[in-house]
Structure formats: C-alpha cells, structure tokens
Design a protein around this ligand. Structure first.
Ligand SMILES: *Cc1c(COP(=O)(O)O)cnc(C)c1O
Length: 233
C-alpha cells in the first residue's frame, strides 16, 4: 500500500471528534511527507530539532508540527517560533525555557507533560509525584506563555497486551486525577497522547486522544547516518 493509502486507512480508523492522528515523519523525506499531506494529513510529529527546523522551512505552512521526542532546553529556541505542540515535557526547567522562548516570540506554546508509565529504564518521563510537585510549585504558577494541554506517555515495548492495557489505564486514571485537582475548569487540558503503530488500538480503548503513528503510515524507518544522533527516542 502507498503512503496515501495507509494514511487514509488510519484516518478512517482512528480519527473521531475525540482522537487526532499525528503522522510521525521522523527520518522521512519531504516527498513522503508531501504524499501524506496531499492525502489530507496536516499534523506531523518529529523528534529531532534540526530535522524539524529544516522540514518546517521547506514544507507547506499550514502543517501543524509537533515535537514528540526528548527536547533539550538549549534547543527550544529553534522551534519556539512555529511549534504547535511539545509532547515530551519532562522537567520544570524545560517548561521555564519554553515559557521564556514563547514570550520572545509573543506566543503561547501548548505542552504535554510526559509521564513515565513503562516498565523500562530507557524511557523519559515524570513520575506522578513529580508532576504534582511541578503543578503545585510557585515557579509553575508564574509561567504565562506555556499552556499544559494534557499528558503524554510511551508504553512498554512488549507484545503483552494486558500489560500495555494496564499502563494506559493507569495513565487515564492519573489524567483524571490531575484534571480534577488542577485543571477542573480548564477546557484546554484534555489531551492524552499515547499509542503508536503497535499499540494504538489499545491506547484508544483506554482513552488516548492523540495517536502517534509512524511506520504504519510511512513504512519501516531507514536510520540516516549523517545525523549527529541517529538514535530514536
Ligand atoms: C517514533 C515514535 C512514534 C512512532 O512510532 P511507530 O512505531 O513508527 O508508529 C511515536 N511516538 C514517539 C515518541 C516516537 O518517537
């Protein structure tokens, strides 16, 4: 199947009033992205700042770019002028830097707090108590140019569907608790970004509002070796 066919299949299957499809285009060429774009996709996710900057400059301006990878504070300035949503915010320090750069660009930048739900030590993210600590802090209350619109997480890379279901379910419970405690009257806090090609069906059943699909749309990724850091998050 072509990229356009794959994309249409996913759009039909996952997109509803409550669920958005993020096409994860990391390592993919502009041509591949344009094929998805021409088939109607407008939200694309990337995980390297340099690659994101290049693609933003070269591709249509109505694309909504999402940063889905680990973001270093010193690189926020490069994407602050255009980024639509930063999925992987995992520290107060990073949030403060995003706020600072958003201010410089006279914008408010939407962010998701990345929660650690996986049974692995390789994944980034915050523990429940760390999220509470950030949201309760005086430093957080001073931020004016970031808006927390929800949570993001990556499940354990396993074929054990029961385990994945439990992890996504825990995330949903956590989301509901945080919503109740901190964002009760905030209509913007509504996103749960979970689910990739292998586990998006379970993710949607467990309350995901944003699924991030890469290989299912574009095919297997070819790791490019010219990059400073070819590793994927
Ligand atoms: C690469 C990536 C995806 C997409 O993964 P696929 O298995 O190709 O669908 C989703 N989320 C994050 C954070 C990623 O880095």
């Amino acid at each position: 199947m072509s990229i356009a066919d794959n994309l249409k299949k996913y759009k039909t299957e996952v997109e509803t009033d409550n669920v958005k499809l993020i096409a994860v285009s990391k390592t993919q060429s502009n041509e591949a992205i344009l094929e998805a774009y021409n088939a109607g996709q407008r939200i694309f996710g990337e995980n390297h700042v340099q690659e994101l900057e290049d693609k933003e400059a070269e591709l249509p301006k109505d694309i909504e770019w999402h940063m889905i990878g680990h973001l270093q504070s010193n690189k926020v300035k490069y994407i602050a002028p255009f980024i639509s949503l930063i999925h992987g915010v995992d520290s107060l320090k990073l949030l403060q830097e995003i706020d600072k750069q958003a201010k410089k660009n006279k914008r408010v930048i939407d962010c998701l707090l990345q929660v650690y739900i996986a049974d692995e030590d390789t994944k980034f993210g915050l523990a429940y108590d760390e999220i509470i600590e950030i949201l309760r802090s005086e430093e957080f209350s001073k931020l004016e140019n970031v808006r927390i619109t929800g949570l993001m997480a990556i499940a354990t890379n396993t074929k054990n569907e029961k385990q994945i279901t439990i992890e996504f379910n825990e995330l949903k419970v956590l989301f509901d608790g945080i919503k109740h405690s901190f964002f009760k009257d905030d209509a913007y806090f509504k996103e749960i970004s979970t689910g990739m090609s292998a586990d998006y069906k379970i993710a949607i059943e467990e309350g995901s509002t944003m699924v991030r699909i890469g290989s299912g749309i574009f095919g297997k990724r070819i790791i490019k070796h010219f990059k400073a850091n070819p590793s994927e998050n």
